[in-house]
Design a protein around this ligand. Structure first.
Ligand SMILES: Nc1nc2c(ncn2[C@@H]2O[C@H](COP(=O)(O)OP(=O)(O)OP(=O)(O)O)[C@@H](O)[C@H]2O)c(=O)[nH]1
Ligand SMILES: [Mg+2]
Length: 324
């Protein structure tokens, strides 16, 4: 009897994992069934989100971090999220090359994913891909994203630990990232500390943190310095991730325990809300409304023939009307 894709994923079959993630990426109809089949076997992976501005050295750092985690016996899945570029067509050759160190390690699975389809599609796809790696038995999954949009913030926010990578000499970055990313960082990394200005960057992050109030026993994001190209500081980063895990998982009663519970709730709430919104909009556009009707409605709003509130109410009442 031949095994199902879900069963092959669970056995850790590399080609099955790749195939499963492709189905998810393509939003194939069979992806929902796959997630349904593997879901009961997930929930064992620790999810590490790594984000930061373009070129900060995230991939180099993730590569080094992977080596460090392997040395302590973790099996690792890496997902690099590539904001689809019209110039490269989303190919992420650079990351592939930088991560070649692990190509012969059967306990490391590396995959890049690109934005496709609707808004929010990326966060949905990466969280499903992480489920696949979870079901395949990876003890650690690292997701690398460029911290630019809401999608990226969503991805990192729902990870078990969020690592924000910044580099010296780009004080503007703190400003640019502050909106979403600064608040969700559990650990700050100032990479490229071989360059001038890394202390200034640390100070700049510290003054940002000083504006926030941390309660008794609450985790205050540490700021680490790394040089990903040589691996300097990477063991400390791995140790800090483990400290955070211990802190949020089983430390003193009270705030700490609730922190990981809150993360988990946030992740599942995000999943459900996101999926429901996506499904609802799909059925509105493709089932409830006739061909072209959605666009026509948008044009009518532009022409001030109808206001957006009335348009939305009309759609909603049509969607909720019992079928006769
Ligand atoms: N000097 C120095 N260069 C570094 C360091 N870490 C990474 N780099 C270099 O910075 C460049 C970008 O590194 P990547 O790892 O691709 O950076 P990234 O953040 O993954 O880039 P994107 O995914 O394209 O946003 C490469 O040329 C790296 O060799 C470091 O610690 N010091
Ligand atoms: Mg990268």
């Amino acid at each position: 009897m031949s095994l199902t894709l879900a069963e092959r994923v669970r056995s850790g079959d590399v080609r099955a994992i790749a195939r499963a993630i492709s189905l998810i990426e393509d939003e194939a109809a069979s992806a929902a069934g796959l997630v349904r089949d593997i879901f009961p076997h997930t929930g064992h992976t620790y999810l590490v989100g790594v984000t930061g501005p373009p070129g900060a050295g995230k991939s180099t750092l993730v590569d080094r971090l992977t080596a460090a985690t392997r040395a302590s016996g973790e099996t690792v899945g890496v997902i690099c999220v590539d904001p689809t570029s019209p110039f490269t067509g989303g190919a992420i050759l650079g990351d592939r090359l930088r991560m070649q160190a692990h190509t012969h390690d059967e306990h490391v699975f590396i995959r890049s994913m690109a934005t496709r389809g609707h808004m929010g599609g990326l966060a949905r796809a990466t969280s499903d891909a992480a489920l696949v790696l979870d079901a395949a038995g990876k003890s650690l999954v690292i997701i690398e994203t460029v911290g630019v949009g809401q999608d990226e913030v969503d991805i990192v926010r729902t990870a078990d630990v969020s690592v924000v990578v910044l580099v010296p000499g780009t004080g503007d970055d703190v400003q640019a990232l502050k909106a979403g990313i600064m608040e969700i960082a559990d650990i700050f990394v100032v990479n490229k500390c071989d360059r001038d200005g890394s202390e200034r960057m640390v100070t700049s992050i510290e003054s940002n943190l000083a504006l926030q109030a941390y309660g008794e026993g609450e985790w205050r994001p540490p700021i680490l310095k790394t040089e990903a190209t040589t691996g300097r500081g990477v063991d400390e980063l791995w140790a800090t991730i483990q400290q955070f895990r211990t802190h949020s998982g089983n430390a003193a009663p009270g705030s700490s325990r609730t922190q990981s519970t809150r993360r988990l709730k946030a992740r599942n709430e995000f999943r459900l809300r996101d999926l429901l919104t996506h499904r609802f909009m799909e059925s509105v556009e493709h089932e409830l409304l006739g061909p072209g009707e959605f666009d026509a409605l948008i044009a009518r709003i532009a022409a001030r023939e109808v206001d957006p509130y009335t348009a939305a109410s009309d759609i909603l009442s049509r969607a909720l009307r019992p079928k006769s």
